[in-house]
Design a protein. Structure first.
Length: 74
């Protein structure tokens, strides 16, 4: 979801501002999780393996490791 932009020469209503804050807080949480997944450098670097479906396995493993780190932390 994208926050609503302020119209040129106008202002947002209070309801639109509240909705934008809710969207922004959700987006920040998602971005933090993506950053946590990217701690596994295999997700960030160029992947040269040509085995069919292996890219999905790598991403699932990286997500699993991230979830494991979160479980240990909390």
């Amino acid at each position: 979801m994208q926050p609503k932009k302020k119209p040129r020469g106008g202002e947002l209503t209070e309801i639109e501002k509240v909705v934008n804050r809710a969207i922004s807080s959700l987006r920040v949480e998602v971005e933090h999780h993506i950053g946590g997944i990217k701690r596994c450098q295999i997700v960030v670097q160029r992947f040269r393996n040509r085995v069919e479906g292996f890219v999905d396995d790598v991403m699932e493993t990286a997500c699993g490791l991230h979830n494991f780190r979160l479980a240990l932390r909390g």
